[in-house]
Ligand binder design. Structure first.
Ligand code: HEC
Length: 415
């Protein structure tokens, strides 16, 4: 909290200088020692790695796709990038391959560091980077089923962070198969992440009916969700649509959207009205069924390592992994070991962060024969604290590290 405020003051101080038109004088104190300038070199890096959040109206506190708003943050950018906190994609490059995001490539990180400590030059003024706007079309193409939140929901000025579940009836009359889902946020400046569930039990409807106002909250004793989300969306992550594997969507099932609203110090006292949309990609049949398995273990009594594994009884193709590291830990490593002893790297989180739930989709399905095991190990911080709060997939909140592995199997489609 204090550091953020401190950085904010720094940003504001530099910005004030700009307003009073003394940019040249200030800059002359920092000799230009960067081979890279904003307009030619840094803008494309910021646009592609940061711009989905750090743009006008995005969920981040400042735009990085405009020189005037980016350069006062040079020092803070340097710290966040070096500390691997930004961009918030936590999977280490070179350990598993993913299709929906990536860490900052090393040479781009070097360019950011050189630019930010080397006087952050703007570059040729004639070169005006294109503005970066909110996407106005579905990136994966028009969905087969488009569902709106039934009513607008107001996040009042006094609320900074909130989780709310909304029930979106599909109205389908036959069993269908979902190959992917995506979200178009309504209030894009505060919709941090959206988890989408399929519910054919009526549980979410009943909770909605009990709770005042649109949707329902995350109250004590409400056991929703109980399983893995169909999709997990946040700005800047590519949503995934699969070719030959799908989840079952029972006839008449509801889609439930768990929307996580969070403001920044810029939007802190504003009121927002959200009515986000969910797009579903559905087919009439599917060769392979997608399902999820849960891995978790209790906290070990003492010791600074946490290790657990799970055996796979049936041949499957691993598609994605959704970790929840609810304890202060580092170097969380997930490896699959096949019966012949081959070790297949799945995921490595050097600095996990609960603030950014992410499902990591493998570049290609990873075939694992029956008898393989998935091994998880992590280093716990001495006296590690566990973050309270419930699991996105209904895991025991007391388990310090839990994850779901999504997989496709060729088993019969009917239950
Ligand atoms: C997925 C959205 C997202 C992406 C992508 C992202 N950021 Fe951020 N960033 C945020 C949010 C939101 C915050 C505000 C702090 C918070 O809520 O965690 C933030 C905070 C920051 C801050 C600190 C601001 C402060 O208030 O102290 C810096 C610096 C920063 N980001 C730089 C970057 C850079 C550089 C990149 C790209 C290399 C990047 N971010 C990519 C969402 C993002």
């Amino acid at each position: 909290m204090t550091t953020r405020y401190g950085r904010w003051c720094l940003g504001a101080a530099v910005a004030l200088v700009v307003v009073s038109g003394q940019v040249e004088e200030t800059e002359s104190h920092t000799p230009i020692a960067s081979r890279w300038n904003y307009n030619e070199h840094l803008f494309p890096i910021f646009r592609d790695n940061c711009g989905s959040c750090h743009r006008e109206g995005g969920i981040a506190p400042m735009s990085l796709v405009n020189y005037q708003s980016a350069y006062p943050w040079a020092q803070s950018i340097r710290e966040e990038v070096l500390g691997l906190r930004m961009p918030p994609w936590k999977a280490e490059d070179g350990f598993g391959d993913f299709r929906n995001g990536h860490a900052l490539p090393a040479h781009e990180m070097d360019m950011i560091l050189e630019w930010s400590s080397g006087g952050y030059p703007q570059g040729p003024r004639g070169l005006r980077p294109d503005p970066v706007a909110e996407p106005d079309a579905w990136p994966l193409g028009a969905p087969d089923l488009e569902l709106d939140m039934p009513e607008p929901f107001t996040v009042d000025a006094g609320t900074n962070e909130l989780v709310r579940y909304f029930v979106l009836p599909t109205g389908t009359t036959e069993e269908r198969f979902v190959t992917g889902a995506d979200v178009m946020p309504g209030a894009g400046a505060i919709v941090r992440d959206v988890a989408i569930y399929i519910d054919d039990t009526g549980t979410a409807r009943a909770l909605d009916a009990e709770d005042e106002g649109p949707g329902f909250g995350e109250a004590e004793g409400r056991d929703f969700p109980t399983g893995a989300p169909l999709a997990l969306w946040s700005p800047g992550r590519r949503s995934v649509r699969q070719e030959d594997a799908a989840r079952r969507l029972p006839a008449g099932a509801d889609i439930v959207a768990r929307v996580h609203y969070k403001k920044t110090w810029i939007t802190e006292y504003e009121e927002f009205v959200d009515q986000s949309r969910v797009g579903l990609y559905v087919g009439d049949e599917s060769r392979r069924t997608v399902d999820s398995m849960l891995l978790s273990a209790p906290l070990p009594a003492g010791g600074l390592t946490l290790r657990f594994s799970q055996r796979i009884e049936q041949e499957l193709s691993a598609l994605a992994i959704l970790p929840e590291v609810a304890i202060e830990a580092r170097d969380v490593r997930v490896v699959a070991v096949t019966p012949d002893g081959t070790r297949v790297p799945l995921l490595f989180l050097r600095e996990p962060d609960t603030a950014w739930p992410t499902r990591y989709w493998f570049d290609a399905p990873i075939d694992l024969p029956a008898g393989s095991t998935i091994e998880v190990d992590a280093l716990l911080h001495p006296g590690a604290d566990q973050a309270p709060g419930r699991s996105l997939f209904g895991a025991d909140p007391a388990a310090p590290i839990r994850l779901v592995v999504d997989y496709a199997s060729g088993t019969a489609l009917a239950d």
